[in-house]
Design a protein around this ligand. Structure first.
Ligand SMILES: Nc1ncnc2c1ncn2[C@@H]1O[C@H](COP(=O)(O)OP(=O)(O)OP(=O)(O)O)[C@@H](O)[C@H]1O
Length: 597
């Protein structure tokens, strides 16, 4: 994505967030230019009167015009600045929020793909570390400001001489070119710094992160971490030393050009006062006006150059942000038929799948059918492809070939949101959030919280074995999950958290429920209890269980045995136990011997 495209996208994204912001920006530019023009033009009349007629009333009038217009513009500009400072913060937060929204909506595959993960990292780096969003917004506003001022002053200076304008434009062009070279160098060199900074940031953050402290202390990682931090620290220091040296040379050069511009302004306008060789003579009042105009012009032009470079630089940083923001939304992908009713049948037909950027087939043409109300266990060795089946069902990934049907229709024909309502899943790496236990279980339910749904949550908490735990808490199920943001919050063990996750899946009232390793963190008693009640918990819902605990298969109607991406068996426990050469028999027996006394 080139800079122009990035800028266009950025402006359209910002305009979408707040159209009013752009009108305010234009108004602010006009006001600031107004103040400059007033101070360029009005003093001419005052000075002419001072060296000419010296009429007292005129002097007072011109003096008053200058003072009053300055007070008015000062008031307007300060008010606008205050409004814009607040607006800029609003815009920055909104843009950050847009990025968070994007992360939540983007195709899930992108979030597991190293390219997009890196893109996301670079986007976050630009926004957080480089404050690229604020800088870009600020610089775009200043560019607008400088342009309006420059155009107005050009008109004023043209009334003196086009040659005068040409001379100034020439010197300004030299500093703009110098600025351009320096910005290019800066962008290139910053690219070198980004990876160093990221690694440095990683090792420093390890020291701050409480999660790592056990392992840091136990495996004596302190020194290793400190050495790494010092190593990258030295690299960053060396980088800045070189950079600041070059920056000094550049700033010195720009200073000389600025002095040259001032010399041209005073020199040329001065000559026009004392001689008529370069055009008609001008008075002292006009001298003041043109010199002030020229000084303001060069300052604004230099500022414009600087601000354009900052815009280009920030656009360079924001390219990953814009590329990430342009990724397609998951929900928009496809499907328009609303899913209605319950899951009556589920069918995989010759489904093959490989993960993006990998050639290796994880599922190699699998076919099976599940009917309403059936309880299915999926078993197989590590890496057999069990969790992948769940991801495909949840439309996190799309099959490479073959079709998944629900109620006789390709699942991709259904409208995304209504489809997602028909299933609930507890993933191996499920996550709970810093909301209350109740809110965690209810999730984003549209219906308002009331006594009836509170009762339902309480009953589910009872069914998964957390009733006593909730009763111990002063705020019961309204207690915040985790102590991170509330000392009164509850820190749950892995098993207890898993029970909450199971309750959350059950609360959803989806007609297809998928539990991937649902009892991995549970103690044997809790596991036995959950399994005993599973059928009761799940009721007449269709359920798919993935578990390495073979005992869980016994209560299922059928067991789907996966081996290296292929289905080797799909039958009842009883039938599969008759096949002593089959994988299921071996898996079952290998665990069963451990439980025999
Ligand atoms: N996001 C991913 N990108 C690339 N490959 C992946 C990804 N997720 C899983 N795989 C690979 O796909 C294969 C199947 O993984 P899957 O998680 O479905 O296995 P599983 O049967 O659930 O294993 P386990 O019993 O260990 O949970 C594995 O070889 C795994 O390395």
């Amino acid at each position: 994505m080139n800079n122009m495209k990035t800028l266009k996208k950025f402006i359209s994204l910002s305009f979408h967030i707040s159209p009013a912001y752009f009108f305010l920006l234009i108004f602010q530019s006009m006001m600031e230019t107004g103040q400059v023009l007033v101070n360029v033009i009005l003093p001419k009349y005052l000075v002419d009167e001072l060296v000419g007629g010296r009429n007292r009333d005129n002097l007072i009038r011109f003096g008053l015009y200058i003072v009053l217009s300055n007070v008015a513009f000062l008031f307007l500009n300060k008010t606008m600045k205050r409004i814009m400072d607040v607006r800029n913060i609003y815009m920055k937060e909104k843009l950050n929020q847009a990025m968070a929204d994007k992360i939540m909506k983007v195709e899930f595959a992108c979030l597991e793909d190293p390219y997009y993960l890196d893109l996301k990292e670079r986007a976050v780096f630009a926004c957080r570390t480089m404050s690229a969003l604020e800088n870009l917004i600020g610089s775009v506003a200043k560019v607008l400001n400088n342009t309006v001022t420059i155009l107005s002053l050009l008109v004023v200076m043209f009334t003196l001489s086009p040659i005068f304008v040409l001379l100034l434009v020439l010197t300004i062009s030299i500093s703009v070119v110098a600025q351009k070279f320096f910005s290019k160098y800066q962008l290139e060199i910053y690219k070198e710094l980004i990876p160093i900074n990221r690694r440095y940031g990683y090792y420093v953050s390890l020291g701050f992160d409480a999660k790592y402290q056990k392992d840091i202390r136990l495996y004596n990682m302190n020194q290793m971490l400190t050495d790494r931090v010092l190593y990258y620290n030295r690299q960053i220091y060396d980088w800045f030393k070189g950079f600041i040296r070059k920056q000094g040379v550049f700033q010195g050069f720009v200073g000389i050009i600025n002095d040259l511009q001032a010399a041209i302004a005073y020199g040329y306008v001065g000559i026009r006062v004392i001689s008529d060789k370069m055009g008609g003579r001008i008075g002292i009042g006009s001298f003041t006006m043109y010199v002030t105009a020229a000084i303001n012009f060069t300052t604004s032009a230099t500022d414009l150059g600087k601000n354009i470079m900052t815009v280009i630089q920030m656009l360079g940083y924001l390219q990953p942000f814009m590329e990430f923001m342009s990724l397609p939304d998951e929900a928009k992908k496809e499907g328009s038929i609303p899913f209605e009713g319950e899951v009556e049948s589920l069918c995989f037909e010759n489904v093959t799948f490989h993960y993006p950027k990998s050639e290796q087939l994880v599922l190699k043409g699998i076919s099976f059918e599940i009917k309403k109300g059936e309880k299915i266990s999926v078993v197989g060795l590590n890496g057999a492809g069990k969790s992948t089946i769940v991801k495909l069902l949840c439309r996190l990934y799309k099959p490479a070939s073959g079709t998944i049907y629900i109620n006789g229709r390709d699942i991709y024909e259904y409208e995304f949101t209504s489809y997602m309502k028909c299933l609930a899943a507890v993933f191996q790496d499920y996550k709970l959030f810093a909301f209350s236990v109740l809110e965690n279980i209810r999730g984003g339910e549209e219906e308002e919280e009331n006594e009836i749904n509170r009762e339902r949550v309480a009953s589910l908490l009872g069914q998964v074995g957390l009733k006593e735990k909730m009763e111990e808490l002063p705020k019961g199920m309204d207690t915040l999950f985790g102590k991170q943001y509330d000392p009164g919050g509850i820190e749950m063990s892995g098993g207890q958290s898993q029970k909450v996750a199971i309750a959350r899946a059950l609360y959803k009232e989806a007609s297809l429920i998928i539990l991937d390793e649902p009892t991995s963190a549970l103690d044997p008693l809790a596991e036995a209890e959950i399994y005993e009640h599973f059928n009761q918990l799940v009721g007449d819902k269709t359920a798919i269980y993935i578990s390495h605990r073979m005992s869980s298969s016994v209560f299922c109607d059928k067991i789907l045995v996966l081996d290296g991406g292929l289905i080797t068996d799909f039958d009842s426990h009883k039938k599969l136990m008759e096949k002593e050469e089959g994988m299921y028999y071996k898996l079952f027996q290998s665990q069963a011997v451990n439980y025999q006394i």
